[in-house]
Design a protein around this ligand. Structure first.
Ligand code: AMP
Ligand code: MG
Length: 485
């Protein structure tokens, strides 16, 4: 009897017509073996806490065998990449294996990234390398730890399959989980292929599966679009507040449910540098850190255009007009929380802007600065001022901030306690990921484990891992990550 018989497995997406996907069997990796397994996430779905004792788990996820309950398929989509429309996209190396329900009955996609060739592989090899797989695993779990909407990672495998990039690398596999893998690009594909009845069906399914409340609205498709806008605005506001740059905000990497999706050359800010470009191939800085809110609107506008057969132009425009206000609202809310401010007051924007200006002018580490502010219950304000070259300007801002704090009802102790719950001590700095990758290449996965553990609870103190919260070394600052993954 198959291990999977005990689980509630479906694949609702496979009920859609042919133009939505192709059935593809995974191509197994040679000698695949677990590199890391997300016990906490696994247990939410009733999966084993430890995978090692279950050979069927390994063979089902490595592509060695395909359980009868699974119906692996490659999704077809399109998308705007760096501003240009590309009709020829789809899961080129990813496969939707099946949907599995958690204990509350919420269904999640089980998706393999790096599972071999598909009809949408174009010139690619269908594989993912160790380096990029570790980065996606760690970052998606880091985002989850930070409370930012994201896809999740259930586990990761390494193998003896050689994969050629700039040189030979190790082939790896990521098991990704998300409520859906539907992207903006799914709608674009159907619109530009003039498959409008199918696009309407997709909208109906997205509403049924993910936004059922929209059915109570007078215009369900408009309500769906509003939900997508709202979630996208929320997600990007959280990125800006924590200092995360995605790096490749193409519309095929935008989740329809507003989750951070498809981790590639992302980066967290070290020094607060608004124009930070993490993607080595982004010559124009289209996806620079401070461009993300604007690109979110650009992407939503591209989606709106593709929905023009379903929704009136004037409704689309009215909906899009909400985006900037929503994003600004979510961002201010997040910044107030980070600064420990309970009430909304006039002048708060000025407080934030002057803070960002000061951080940028003095090249101060964003995460360490915010964390330092949350220790003013036990430490002197000078510890924060000392992070700046221009101490006079820093003192002025600190006085401005502390006066603002006095207008709140809570005391310093309460404020700081709350601040430490929203200002992470640990983020996935690029150099930390790189160190874990370098060790993993030698077969030592302990750094990956340590980072996974720290990033799952980034707001807690872990005194024995203090060095992971330090400033990056010079070599580790401003690392640009190549897109080849
Ligand atoms: P990404 O930049 O990872 O979002 O990928 C953009 C598109 O290229 C998607 O359709 C991917 O499936 C495809 N792709 C990326 N890398 C590979 C690869 N190694 N083999 C096949 N397809 C790939
Ligand atoms: Mg992608």
């Amino acid at each position: 009897m198959s291990f999977w018989n005990a689980f509630s497995i479906t694949t609702r997406y496979s009920e859609l017509p042919n133009c939505f996907f192709t059935y593809v069997q995974p191509t197994p990796l040679e000698n695949a073996d677990w590199l890391i397994w997300n016990s906490e996430l696994a247990m939410r779905f009733g999966l084993p806490e430890m995978p090692q004792n279950n050979p069927e788990l390994l063979s089902s996820f490595s592509g060695e065998t395909v359980p009868s309950a699974f119906s692996p398929l490659a999704m077809k989509y399109a998308g705007h990449q760096f501003g240009g429309y590309n009709p020829d996209l789809g899961d080129g190396r990813g496969l939707l294996l099946a949907e599995i329900a958690d204990k509350e009955g919420n269904r999640f996609d089980l998706h393999l990234k790096g599972a071999g060739l598909t009809p949408y592989s174009r010139s690619g090899d269908g594989r993912a390398v160790l380096r990029s797989t570790i980065r996606e695993y760690l970052c998606s779990e880091a985002m989850a730890g930070l409370g930012i909407p994201t896809t999740r990672a259930l586990g990761m495998m390494t193998s003896d399959t050689p994969v050629f990039r700039e040189g030979y690398e190790t082939g790896a596999l990521l098991i990704r989980m998300a409520e859906t893998h539907i992207r903006f690009g799914h709608f674009e594909h159907l619109f530009y292929s003039n498959l409008l009845a199918e696009q309407k069906l997709l909208a109906d399914k997205v509403i049924e599966w993910h936004f059922p409340d929209c059915l109570n609205e007078e215009k369900p498709y408009v309500a769906m679009f509003n939900q997508i806008i709202d979630r996208t605005a929320y997600m990007i506001a959280q990125w800006q507040a924590v200092g995360f740059a995605h790096g490749v905000m193409n519309t095929d990497n935008m989740s329809i449910i507003g989750q951070t999706f498809d981790y590639g050359p992302f980066g967290f800010l070290d020094d607060y540098e608004p124009g930070y470009i993490c993607n080595h191939s982004d010559y124009q800085g289209r996806y620079a850190f401070n461009q993300q809110p604007k690109i979110g609107l650009w992407n939503l506008s591209a989606l709106a255009h593709s929905l023009s057969a379903l929704i009136d132009k004037s409704d689309l425009e009215t909906s899009l007009e909400q985006y900037e206000t929503q994003l600004h609202g979510y961002f201010s809310q997040a910044m107030r929380k980070k600064l420990g401010l309970l009430s909304k007051q006039e002048g708060d924007s000025r407080l934030f802007e002057s803070m960002f200006e000061l951080l940028s002018q003095n090249s101060v580490d964003y995460t360490r600065f915010m964390r330092a502010l949350s220790y003013l219950d036990t430490q002197d304000k000078q510890t924060v001022v000392d992070l700046f070259i221009d101490r006079d300007a820093a003192t002025l801002w600190m006085d401005f901030y502390l006066i603002r704090c006095e207008s709140e009802a809570e005391n310093t102790e309460m404020r700081c306690r709350e601040m430490r719950k929203v200002n992470p001590k640990y983020i996935l700095r690029n150099y930390l990921a790189q160190q874990a990758i370098d060790k993993a290449k030698e077969g030592d996965y302990r750094e990956v484990d340590v980072l996974a553990m720290l990033l799952a609870s980034p707001f807690d103190e872990h005194p024995e891992f203090e060095q992971y919260a330090q400033l990056p070394p010079e070599w580790g600052k401003k690392m640009e990550i190549s897109c080849s993954s």
